[in-house]
Ligand binder design. Sequence first.
Ligand code: GDP
Length: 138
Amino acid sequence: MERTLSIIKPDATARNLEGEILSMIQAEGLRVVAMKRLYLTTEQAGGFYEVHKERPFYGELCAFMSSGPIVVSVLEGEDAIARYRKLMGATNPEQAEEGTVRKKYAQDIERNSVHGSDAPETAAFEIGYFFSQLELVG
Ligand code: GDP
């Protein structure tokens, strides 16, 4: 069993897509073992995306992620990290495969509707950023 962090980003909550995206996640067989709705400050978004600090789009990304509410959840399943990344699709929706969340809903490379951890170490950091042990209900 593996856990990964999912975020439904502000472009998606603005379009009322939380239910649609959660349906796709659950149809894939991943279990939601924690979930909450948050409205991050720019600083909180910055702390989450610390690994991207040197990238040219860091400032824009933090502004976007704090521009509206997000829904963060922890997904559990066998091979959950890779399975959720596959379901999300490529970062740039123009390159995302049919049937993926980003192909269906992303607006552009930044406003791409969802986040998912990319490795076990990042998943552990990201889950701990938003949730305490008590909030993980497997
Ligand atoms: P992910 O793992 O597929 O989410 O992609 P990355 O880790 O490379 O980037 C993190 C997030 O930064 C992406 O999901 C986008 O929201 C945003 N992003 C990535 N590349 C760009 C870019 O070239 N320009 C802008 N403005 N945002 C980007």
